[in-house]
Design a binder for this molecule. Structure first.
Ligand SMILES: [Zn+2]
Length: 136
């Protein structure tokens, strides 16, 4: 079977379906983590937990109820809060952490992002205009 056939089959299979969204990918990654943990833990029930995550992920990917799945995905992303970039794109989140430092305005607590390793920086808050110093 040529690879083009295979690709067409996948596209066909995903037509009108949800496809892998954040929650489905997260669930699949969780399954992988559980499987790896279980290589050491060797607990029979953990295998079922991993399988449950895989099944849930497949259910999301194959689902035709796009409205509900999209609502669940939104709720999931919201629940993640500040951990969201780490789940959606860990590589980018890590790069961000290494390149920038996040400081808070001394007067209004607005978050500001400053480049790391530039010594003491004088920052003007974009929200309230207060000037303060940040060690970067
Ligand atoms: Zn401010």
């Amino acid at each position: 079977m040529a690879s083009g056939d295979w690709q067409r089959k996948v596209v066909e299979w995903l037509r009108g379906r949800q496809g892998p969204d954040d929650l489905a990918v997260f669930s699949m990654n969780l399954a992988i983590v559980v499987v790896v943990v279980n290589l050491f833990a060797r607990l029979s029930w953990l295998g079922w937990v991993a399988l449950a995550f895989v099944v849930y992920s497949m259910f999301r990917i194959r689902s035709r109820n796009l409205a509900s799945r999209s609502r669940e995905n939104e709720a999931f992303l919201k629940a993640l809060g500040p951990a969201r970039p780490w789940v959606q794109n860990p590589r980018a989140a890590w790069g961000e952490l290494r390149t920038y430092k996040h400081a808070r305005c001394t007067s209004c607590k607005q978050k500001v992002r400053v480049p790391r390793g530039k010594g003491r920086l004088r920052v003007t808050c974009p929200k309230c205009g207060t000037k303060f110093e940040v060690r970067s």
